[in-house]
Design a protein around this ligand. Sequence first.
Ligand SMILES: [Fe+2]
Length: 383
Amino acid sequence: MPNSSANDYLLYFPYPTASTLSEWLEESNGITRHILENMPAADHVVPQLNILNPPLWEFGHLTWFHEFWIHRDGQVDRASYLKDADYLFNSSEIAHQDRWTTPMPSLESLLEYNHNIISSTQELLCKPIDNKTAYFVQLAILHQDMHNEAFAYMWQTMGRSKPFEAFSKSSKPLANAQTWIHFPESSVEAGSQQGSGFIFDNEKWLHSIHLPAFDISSRPVINGDYLEFIESPANKSGIKTVAPPSHWKKDGDIWLERFFNEWLPLNPASTLRHVSYLDALRFCEHHQVRLPNEHELSQLMRQPGIAWHASNLWEWTSSTFAPFPGFSTDPYVDYSQPWFDGTYQVLKGGSPFTPDRLKRIGFRNFYQGHRSDHFCGFRTCLL
Ligand SMILES: [Fe+2]
């Protein structure tokens, strides 16, 4: 069993000021409320799929999370503002399929719940706060940011119109010219250290690793590369044929790509998105290349932007999500620990729907390898 270092968050300084947190909260919660308030009632219903959540459940859950850590001190015996909130909205307790069948409070009562909880926090942020409060407010905001991004990729999955404006534009079409960037054998730092600001428990702690020399692509894989692969005789005749991404379709001779509810001609020079880790591995096998591991990709991300093209996507790595030496859980014990079962891969980077505060090089995102619904892409390394 890993250790639980309940007070490690006191080492996550410097802490943002109350006024910065207040601005972030206003932005993040404003996005969530915009989505819910502008959603036609018919859109409250979503198919029961592992990769989706009912929107009302997701909304209740993120307000519950905020209230639980900031206004209830993480204690179930402190009453919630909303009746049955723990039973309904604790993601560690309510089974995924039950989120469709358990009656949910109305949108009006969830908006009111959200308004009351967030207003209390904004009051708290009118004056200087202690480090503990700063940590938990930041945790709740980042958690809400992640759920906002989930709304965006759920809407993309369902072909609905874009739920909110992206923080950043998709990367520009990339010229075909690709180079391999050579990194000599070195010793590099992995993980994050005390005093580097907010981190998640899976980043603990900074340690040194030996990285053999590697050559990594200056640009992510583009649509044209992938099209050539899926249409190659080797793929079509193979026993494990890779299908086109599910947001692509062929209209006569023309390939189209869907962005939310809009079909556009597929641009071969644009960054490939929505490919699973498993299909990325098959692409690599076909081209006799490999995915970078999380440390190699982090090394690339540390280089000044002129030398390489960022994808503006979460990029798959060959690293299975696992604890670093010295890992211990933080107060939200289910953030990382339940997912160290070997079925999750680390992704680095960030998507157009990720705010800058989550785009730290040290941040380790993680998804199961069969998924392609989130905004993901990949780049390769020479064997
Ligand atoms: Fe959550």
